[in-house]
Design a protein around this ligand. Sequence first.
Ligand SMILES: [Zn+2]
Length: 287
Amino acid sequence: MTATAVAASPLDRLAAVLACPSCHGPLDGGYACLPCGVRGDRRGGQLRFGGFHEAETRDDPLNRMKETVKRRFGRVYPLAIQVVSPVLLRRFVRPFLAGFDLDRELVADLGCGTNRYDPRLLCVDGSAYANVDLVSDLRALPLGDATLDGLVSVAVLEHVPDPQAHVREMWRVLKPGGRLVCYVPFMQPFHASPYDYQRYTRPGMERLFADFAAVDVRTGAGPTSAMLWVVQEWLALLLSCGSSRLYRLLTPLMWLLSPLKLLDVLLARHPDAAVVASGFVVEARKA
Ligand SMILES: [Zn+2]
C-alpha cells in the first residue's frame, strides 16, 4: 500500500452505504430521513442512530460492574476477559478477516463492544464506547440492502430478544456472496450484557442461519470451558451461604480456576465436543 492509497476511515466509507434504518431509503446530508422522522447524530468520528439508553446497561449488577470497567479500560477489557475468563475461545475472527481485502471490502463487527480487530473494520454497537463507529440497534441498521462484504458477530445473539430478526438484518445488509462469522454460547451460565435470553445447540444454529447458502457450525469453545464456568458459579453459590453480596465477592476469586481451560486445547477438538461445548462458531454465506 502506498502512502497515497491509505484506506479511508470507517466513517468515510460508511457514508457510501448509509440508509434509513426504517425504510432503507437514502438519507439526506444531515443523516436524516424526513418521511420516517429518523435522524442520525454525528459526534466526532462516531455516528449515532439510537442504541441503548444508559439505564438499560445498569439494570443487572454484574453488567453494571462490567460497563464501568469497559468504559474506564476500554481497549484493555477484551484482553483482560481473555485472561481471566473460564472460556478458551478458539481463534476464528482473524482467520475469517484474512479472507477479505479490508482496504477494498467493507466488513462490520456487529456488537463489537470495546473491541477493534482492525482499524479498517466498521465497529457497530448499541452502546457508544469510544471505539464504536456506528451506534445503532443491531436489528435496524442504518445501512442499505446488500452493502457489506462481511460481518462479524461475537457473543451477541444470546443478548438480543429476537435473534431471528437480528439474523434477518445480517442477511439484508450482506451483499450476495457476502460472508459472516458468528460465535454464540451453548453451555454457559447467565451473563447479562445488558440482557441474556437464549442458548443454541449445533442444530439450533443451523436452523437459525437456514436462509444462508453455506452454513458451517463448529465448536468455538470446548467442554472444559463449559464445565469450568458452571463450577465457578456453583462454588461461589455454595460458599456464599445464601448471601448475594458474598456471592458477588467470591465470583472473581473463582477465576483462579480459569487456567484449567487450557485442557480445551485438546478437548475442543474431540469429534463429540458439541455435546457439552461452551459455544459454537458459525460461518455462513449469502447466496
Ligand atoms: Zn426512512
